[in-house]
Ligand binder design. Structure first.
Ligand SMILES: [Zn+2]
Length: 311
């Protein structure tokens, strides 16, 4: 008989995992004496605590996974809806204005990355996805240029000339909307982050457009809770069509600067803006509205080979 817990156990538990071995050891001891029952109670307590911990860990993992997958499913459903509604941009003339360029590189990040480089990269990706859906995209620039006269005018005059020319390009092409792409900067607040869309105070259509794009940037990017805001800017004030300024994020925030430089994130940004446009035009569509099929087909043929999938 083995009454003491120090007694040698006559059974071989070496092939059973530690925890299970302790449990059986306690059971055998309990069958033989009072000390054994105490040991069994202790092993049950250890086992109970262990099980509770396991249940808690599994519950946390299950809830986290549930939230993650429900978000993924909801996101996939939203992307599918955008895909179904993509007809709404077909035939639309959309001016995409990559902010800055030429003598004006815009704001600069700590790594030396310039705003004008990011705005052009995202605008090009936006052009790809929009034209793939049958929209006609008018780019105000496709290289590092500006439209200010090089006649020795002040930088401010040259900047005004540049902005006026960009709006004139949109008007000449009878664009439906004007999107000016920029990057925000707040040197005294390096923690500031997140994309934000601005519209002209008092512009109902500008506000609708801005809110639609902002909503999709919040959904697709998943890293901003900012809301569309009314601010008086030269471009939105002087545009004859609904116009918005899309600030892609803060170049003054080193973490966001790194994101903004990444092609994959730029694609995500372009996709978010595209989703916002699709929803804006779908919301504005009327039963009487018709799509010029030939025009759309021609646009699609011109852009054959361009593929843009949801990131
Ligand atoms: Zn800017």
């Amino acid at each position: 008989m083995f009454c003491s817990l120090n007694n040698q156990l006559p059974l071989d538990f070496s092939h059973i995992p530690d925890c299970t071995g302790i449990f059986f050891y306690g059971v055998i001891q309990a069958l033989n004496c009072r000390k054994g029952w105490q040991a069994l109670f202790m092993t049950f307590s250890i086992r109970k605590g262990y099980l509770l911990l396991m249940v808690a860990v599994i519950a946390v993992i299950a809830v986290t996974a549930g939230i993650y997958f429900s978000k993924r499913v909801a996101g996939a459903v939203e992307d599918r809806q955008v895909s179904v509604m993509s007809w709404s941009v077909a035939g639309k003339v959309i001016t995409v204005d990559p902010g800055h360029g030429g003598i004006d590189p815009g704001s600069k990040g700590s790594s030396g990355l310039e705003e004008a480089t990011i705005t052009l990269a995202v605008s090009e990706k936006l052009k790809t996805v929009l034209t793939g859906a049958g929209a006609k995209v008018v780019m105000t620039r496709e290289s590092d240029i500006d439209y200010g006269a090089s006649d020795g005018s002040s930088l401010l005059t040259r900047k005004r000339q540049d902005l006026a020319k960009r709006l004139a390009i949109a008007e000449k092409n009878k664009a439906d909307i004007y999107l000016s792409i920029h990057v925000n900067c707040f040197k005294s607040g390096p923690g500031e982050h997140g994309a934000q869309v601005f519209y002209q105070p008092g512009s109902e259509e500008g506000q609708k457009l801005a809110e639609s794009i902002q909503g999709e940037m919040v959904r697709v990017l998943g890293n901003t809770t900012r809301v569309a805001k009314a601010v008086d800017y030269y471009a939105t004030r002087n545009s004859k069509m609904p116009a918005v300024i899309v600030e892609l994020g803060f170049i003054s925030n080193p973490r966001e600067e790194k994101l903004l430089s990444a092609p994959e994130y730029q694609r995500k940004q372009a996709f978010a803006i595209y989703c916002g446009l699709v929803k804006y035009f779908a919301g504005n569509a009327t039963a009487a509205e018709s799509i010029d099929r030939e025009d759309v087909l021609e646009t699609l043929m011109q852009n054959k080979g361009h593929v843009f999938e949801a990131p």
